[in-house]
Design a protein around this ligand. Sequence first.
Ligand code: B1M
Length: 208
Amino acid sequence: MADLSGLSLAIQAGDRASAVRHTNEALAAGVPPQEILNAMTEAMGIIGRLFQDGDIFVPEMLIAARAMKEATAILEPVLVEAGIRPEHTAVIGTVEGDLHDIGKNLVGMMLKGAAIEVVDLGVNVPADRFVEAAREHNARLIGLSALLTTTMPNMRKVVEAIKASNLNTKVMIGGAPTTPEFAAQIGADGFAPDAGAAADLAKSLLAG
Ligand code: B1M
């Protein structure tokens, strides 16, 4: 097992140049790409936990995610060549009527950090579009975000549309006005209060 602690620390610190350098060095030293990806995913897991615990904030998480993005860009062609693809795909989006996307984007970054392929439908997404995209991309998870009390009911529409389809797709929700009680009420499979928790929840829903 190679020592990839330098790469992990570079990602956690959001040091893009160092993350890229460590990735190139590891590849040149013949470290398997999956092992490098695992080190990056673990680094983002640490970031997620620090964010959940209130030890770091949105800017730190964003710069860590950007460092990971640049480092994975180097790794991606090597992973593709080796036939390694993320095992699962998640479709995410902000529900119809709602244009807030900062939190949703963070959730997307953390899911990618957890080695989940993310199809981001953007904002103001109608229920049917989530179902279509889940079918098209064979996604086993849909992540819904809402920041307005007035758009929360549109989450229920997505859950109902998924239940009416024959898809084996779980639905998780989040966003400031949502709660675990609301998730249970609308029949969603889970709620996460923040992006770090969203990655943990996604992994456990996809494992189930
Ligand atoms: Co809006 N806005 N806004 N706004 N805006 C709020 C949400 C509001 C609380 C402000 C206020 O009044 N105090 C209020 C909502 C009130 C309510 O419904 N209870 C509000 C309002 C009223 C409005 C407008 C109606 C204002 C108007 O036009 N009169 C309008 C609505 C437009 C629309 O959507 N149709 C509007 C517009 C906007 C801007 C466009 C100006 C801008 C959005 C820009 C953008 O997103 N690109 C904006 C902003 C920035 C905010 C505030 C200030 C910040 C939201 C944010 O990005 N937070 C917000 C007030 C506030 O929250 N303090 C406010 C940072 C972000 C990292 O946190 O999104 O909570 P958050 O995401 C977290 C978690 O919630 C969770 O993880 C994230 C990271 O930890 N999470 C998930 C989120 N999605 C998840 C999904 C998951 C799991 C976890 O699983 C899938």
